[in-house]
Design a protein around this ligand. Structure first.
Ligand SMILES: [Fe+2]
Length: 230
């Protein structure tokens, strides 16, 4: 429904590769852009897309509806609860690809404090060019904020070395794949975990993320199927 899988076949292929890598729960996070669409129209499109996958999800795998919400001016004036990972108050927020400006902090503050949602900052490894260590640390000071890193951040030694200095000592860290297609930006969590396992800091991050990651992401009750969510 956005720049991800082009059809059901590709979605199922990516889910199958993920299942082979040991992934049991996938959070579906298509993009939401407030400047382009209303929340209700987005939810309708997303739920229709998820319905098309019913009956094709690998056995034992659970798919949880969510969204990747671009931080834009005025976003926090919308009621964002329906964009949270279903069954939780956790919302995946994508920062704009630009140097941080005051309005970005204000929007985050409103989402975290006024709306009382737990913000997960998407793929923060992609912002190293614009954000300093201090800027990310300041964002993590808002209550409930955690950071998500993409698998490919660990596949290049140079990026991993840069991350260890740039990322604040992660109080809240989540690993995720950048699953977009079967050939490029493909499911890569197994590769990423292997790369992390080779480094002492990587092993520490993994231990920390494995301990707290599921509690930061998933609903308190186990989800057995999409029924009841769509
Ligand atoms: Fe993104």
């Amino acid at each position: 429904m956005d720049d991800g899988a082009r059809n059901v076949t590709e979605s199922v292929a990516m889910l199958t590769v993920s299942a082979e890598q040991g992934v049991r729960t996938v959070i579906a996070t298509p993009h939401f852009y407030r400047s382009e669409e209303t929340i209700s129209s987005f939810l309708q499109r997303r739920n229709e897309a998820l319905r098309r996958l019913e009956g094709h999800i690998p056995e034992g795998m659970v798919l949880v509806p969510g969204a990747e919400v671009l931080l834009q001016k005025g976003l926090s004036r919308l009621d964002l609860r329906d964009l949270c990972i279903q069954g939780t108050s956790r919302i995946l927020i994508e920062l704009p690809f630009m140097p941080p400006e005051n309005w970005i902090y204000e929007e985050l503050e409103n989402i975290a404090l006024a709306q009382r949602l737990d913000v997960i900052l998407a793929h923060v490894d992609r912002y190293m060019a614009w954000y300093s260590h201090d800027k990310i640390a300041a964002m993590m000071d808002f209550p409930g904020v955690s950071v998500q890193l993409n698998g490919e951040a660990f596949l290049e030694s140079a990026t991993f070395r840069a991350l260890r200095h740039w990322l604040p000592q992660p109080k809240r860290l989540i690993f995720g794949s950048d699953m977009h297609h079967i050939d490029r930006r493909r499911p890569n969590l197994e590769e990423a975990y292997k790369a992390l396992h080779k480094k002492a800091l990587g092993r520490r991050w993994m231990a920390q993320a494995e301990q707290i990651g599921p509690t930061l992401l998933l609903p308190p009750q186990p989800i057995l199927s999409l029924e009841g969510f769509l």
